[in-house]
Design a binder for this molecule. Structure first.
Ligand code: BES
Ligand code: MN
Ligand code: MN
Length: 457
């Protein structure tokens, strides 16, 4: 352990240089033009795992973007930990909002800056460098380790979920360690025990078979873009309640204990509002911001298109328009069931004179990890030793869809030991990751594996 920590300290510059190499690969899974780049980041990761002495390092074909696997299983009687991360990244647009180039990483003011730093390349690499430090100094690991790094968490065809179900034996483990989440704040290290799920849709509205003059035809037809507005408005009332019939049916109500616990860890609402430069926070009436974010479903419009958006004015009735929406889900909502309810809602609320089609794009089931899992307590010990503070046990409003698949197919708890911060700008221009969290993450992982090794399985 001491030797591995010393090794990690000595190799800091080289670790950073390796990471920068990986960050330069434009592994944008949502962009078919860059499929080869996603494959290149998989290959880079597999090569790295082979180089540090992991066994069976390989790029795996999933039918979608490739994943990476490696293992080291020479600790009989000890737990087996599956380390998960994703080597794909979000698109970089809008490119002109970046201060430094997204795929030419820069180190400045204590941050590594570039697309995929916090989400998730620097985060999963904290594990791979920790494994290197152990293998190069001790030649062994304290517990059995499998590494599984997927290539389509952020987009693509989403075939990796089926791959996990089909290869449950290869991935069998006692716990899954995931570094792909954030802390409550820079001074509040956090371990996440619940993630929300998601159901994502595209809705297309079709009117007349051609664009029309809005004077010649205005008042005679349903304008598809007016219909888009009416449809969007039909999803939520002024108090923030979602109006899709049956959507709340499976929602597990927050208990008084949970609400008290959330209140004890949340950031003050006026501080969040001030940070976001909004006049006030908003959401479902009767719940605090943190309750809404962690324990209630939410509805968001992601994009609206159609008609004339150029300079000046054009009196047109566009033939068609559309929008993208998603619902964040909580236990025990199921995305497939929500998909049926949403399709029925659109059918019922589509204004007369146009047709609307609903496409369910993808979904993820919400995740809840038993907070008393021995692996969570072990992880909390490693965090405390590394960062000097007992971590807060928190929930997360965002989603990592494969986590529910792991829990279901592998029957293993997901331990969400992330090192990101809300200020990291993930999915946005100027994504970054604290250099201190990169090094701290490596040290913490060394302690994490040792703490996991002590868990009786
Ligand atoms: N790593 C994020 C999820 C996340 C973000 C967890 C911040 C904790 C804090 C993950 O890569 C992500 O972006 N998930 C998507 C899933 C979606 C594409 C299905 C999300 O939550 O929008
Ligand atoms: Mn991620
Ligand atoms: Mn992401």
């Amino acid at each position: 352990m001491e030797k591995a920590l010393a090794y990690a300290l000595e190799k800091r510059e080289r670790f950073l240089a390796d990471l920068i190499e990986l960050l330069k690969i434009q592994s944008v899974s949502a962009d078919p033009q860059r499929d080869a780049e996603v494959r290149r980041s998989a290959q880079w990761t597999a090569d790295f795992l082979a180089k540090i002495g992991m066994d069976n390092a390989a790029v795996l074909e999933t039918g979608g973007h490739p994943a990476v696997y490696a293992d080291w299983l020479h600790a009989p009687g000890k737990p087996t930990i599956l380390i998960y991360g994703h080597h794909d990244v979000q698109p970089e647009d809008p490119i002109d909002k970046w201060t430094t180039p997204p795929f030419d990483p820069v180190i400045s003011d204590g941050y590594i800056r570039g697309r995929g730093t916090s989400d998730d390349k620097a985060q999963y690499m904290t594990h791979l460098f920790a494994l290197e430090a152990l293998l190069k100094t001790n030649g062994t690991l304290p517990c059995n380790i499998k590494v599984f790094i997927e290539g389509e968490e952020e987009g693509g065809k989403g075939m990796t979920h089926d791959f996990v179900r089909d290869n449950a034996k290869m991935l069998a483990c006692d716990a899954v360690a995931i570094s792909d989440t954030s802390w409550m704040s820079p001074t509040r290290p956090s371990i996440v025990y619940a993630l929300r799920g998601i159901a994502y849709f595209e809705i297309n509205v079709q009117g007349p078979d051609r664009d029309l003059h809005s004077g010649v035809y205005g008042g005679m037809v349903q304008n598809p873009l007016n219909a888009v507005g009416k449809l969007i408005a039909s999803f939520q009332d002024a108090d923030g309640n979602i109006l899709v019939e049956g959507l709340y049916d499976d929602v597990v109500k927050l208990t008084a204990e949970e609400r008290a616990e959330f209140a004890s860890v949340q950031e003050p609402e006026d501080e969040i509002a001030a940070d976001l430069k909004v006049p006030q926070l908003w959401g479902e009436a009767g719940y605090t911001a943190v309750e809404r974010n962690w324990g209630r479903p939410s509805f968001d419009v992601h994009g609206i298109w159609g008609g004339f958006t150029g300079e000046g004015s054009k009196t047109v009735i566009a033939a068609e328009g559309g929008f993208k929406i998603s619902f964040r889900l909580v236990a025990n909502q199921e995305p497939e069931k929500i998909a049926k309810l949403v399709a029925a809602h659109v059918e019922k609320h589509c204004p007369p004179g146009v047709t609307a089609t609903t496409t369910y794009l993808h979904g993820g089931t919400p995740v809840m990890v038993p907070a008393d899992s021995a692996f969570i307590q072990a992880a909390a010990d490693a965090f405390e030793q590394t960062f000097g503070k007992r971590p807060a046990l928190v929930r997360e409003g965002a989603s990592i869809p494969i986590t529910a698949v792991f829990q279901e197919a592998l029957h293993a708890p997901a331990i969400l030991v992330g090192y990101g911060l809300n200020e990291d700008n993930i999915h946005s221009p100027d994504e970054k990751f604290k250099v201190d969290h990169f090094y701290g993450g490596i040290d913490c992982n060394l302690r994490l594996y040792e703490a996991f090794a002590k868990v009786k399985v």
